[in-house]
Write a protein that binds this ligand. Structure first.
Ligand code: GDL
Length: 430
């Protein structure tokens, strides 16, 4: 059989408020315009009918929205994958449950969808008493129902997300993981298999780690890439490039779907640079792709006065999990230096800080005046917080240089308080 085309695109697979319809339509426009991108996967954890109430058919208004999405993907020559996540409470061996699953998938098939994914991530990994009498393992139960779907919907493409979906969940022993081995043996080899890398959020993914997985699951996995996901930490947002994956990695995969930031407008660089990674054959430079993408991104800000320097600062401060771009790194280093040295030694660090502050303030002012209010609201919280911290440092510098009296904080309202901070103070003392 001819090898299926490499799947590449965006996956709406995060927890929290799903994207809006108009945002998804904007996304399809991007995916269509960007070489290398060909797919959107619908998997919002908090679409009621996707997970919690997976048995229930979509009411008409929701169904019409899905239909519009499917038709828009068809028009834009993009693949649309509908996914369903029954794992929270399904009885795998029940014919009643099987019929609910079929009815639901048929409902979506009837509005034009031809690709489906069944997701078993983030569920209790224990079979019910009833299922225990029928299946010898969790893997067998999942493989069985997914193979049955594959046979039943034989004209459709079927994909599968396992419960152990990264190296960490296999205690970093993928080759010895019984669940994965059983799936490799029992899951029809034409069914796509999702994997997030060594971790749930994998900063780097080595070719070797995927080669090892391939040997176990007996197919090339599709990367469910959480690099830019931020649903696990409300204070973070990621505007940086697709990175930490070599070009050789693509040879080991049958696709890459990025599950990015919950805030739709934050995803321009993450997705744009993924498209560039996908079409690059040699000499992949994430930083260069990021700079080019950032400059394109300005057109969506509803304020053409935003400069390349300002956009770079924005992206460099909110870059990727555990890493910043150059401007962010310099800024943190300078603050660190200033706080730990007397003013006579500050020298260029003070200038670095002041110029950062100036650019940040002008960016914020321009954003306040943007006509793309939606984008402003998406970035508001992290930007506002960064601005406040910067103002705090600025006032502290003034005070230190004046060497007068006690430092009076510029904060007008109480913040960094509440139950989360109290728990964190106790639990993470360092
Ligand atoms: C997960 C969830 C995903 C979530 C992500 C980041 C998978 C397969 N599932 O574990 O829905 O967005 O982490 O928090 O990644």
């Amino acid at each position: 059989m001819a090898e299926k085309p490499f799947i590449c695109g965006a996956l709406e697979g995060f927890y929290g408020r799903p994207w809006r319809q108009d945002q998804r339509l904007q996304l399809f426009q991007w995916l269509k315009d960007w070489d290398g991108m060909n797919t959107y996967m619908y998997a919002p954890k908090d679409d009621l009918y996707h997970r919690s109430q997976w048995r229930d058919l979509y009411p008409n208004n929701n169904l019409n929205e899905l239909k519009e999405l499917i038709q828009s993907c068809q028009k834009n020559e993009l693949g649309f994958i509908y996914s369903i996540a029954p794992g929270l409470d399904i009885t795998y061996s029940s014919e009643y449950e099987w019929n609910r699953l079929v009815d639901k998938i048929e409902q979506i098939q009837n509005i034009g969808c031809q690709q489906f994914a069944i997701l078993f991530d983030d569920i209790p990994s224990k079979l019910s008493d009833k299922d225990e009498q029928v299946y010898s393992s969790f893997a067998e139960a999942q493989a069985n129902i997914t193979n049955r779907l594959f046979d039943y919907f034989s004209d459709s493409n079927i994909l599968f997300c396992p419960t152990v979906y990264c190296g960490q969940m296999a205690n970093y022993d993928v080759s010895g993981n019984k669940y994965l081995i059983e799936l490799g043996d029992q899951l029809n080899s034409n069914i796509g298999f999702f994997w997030t890398g060594p971790e749930v959020v994998s900063k780097d993914i080595s070719v070797e780690s995927i080669k090892e997985l391939r040997r176990v699951i007996k197919r090339k996995p599709i990367l469910w890439d959480n690099l830019h996901a931020n649903d696990y930490d409300i204070r973070q947002i990621f505007f940086g490039p697709y990175m930490g994956r070599s070009l050789e990695l693509k040879d080991e995969l049958s696709g890459i779907l990025s599950n990015p930031n919950c805030q739709f407008w934050a995803n321009y660089n993450p997705l744009r640079t993924l498209s560039q990674y996908q079409i690059t054959e040699t000499d992949w430079c994430p930083k260069q792709a990021y700079t080019e993408s950032s400059n394109e991104w300005i057109q969506y800000f509803g304020n053409t006065n935003i400069s390349e320097e300002e956009i770079q600062l924005l992206g460099d401060c909110f870059y990727a999990p555990g890493s910043m771009g150059d401007i962010g790194i310099q800024m943190v280093e300078s603050i660190q230096f200033i706080m730990n040295h007397p003013p006579e030694e500050w020298d260029s660090h003070c200038n670095t800080f002041k110029s950062f502050e100036k650019t940040l303030n002008s960016l914020c002012e321009k954003l306040m005046a943007t006509t793309n209010r939606d984008l402003l609201y998406d970035f508001y919280l992290p930007l506002w917080e960064l601005r406040e911290e910067t103002e705090f440092v600025s006032k502290w510098i003034e005070w230190k240089q004046s060497s007068k009296g006690e430092f009076i904080s510029p904060e007008l309202v109480p913040r960094r308080q509440g139950i989360l901070y109290d728990i964190q103070k106790i639990v993470h003392k360092d």
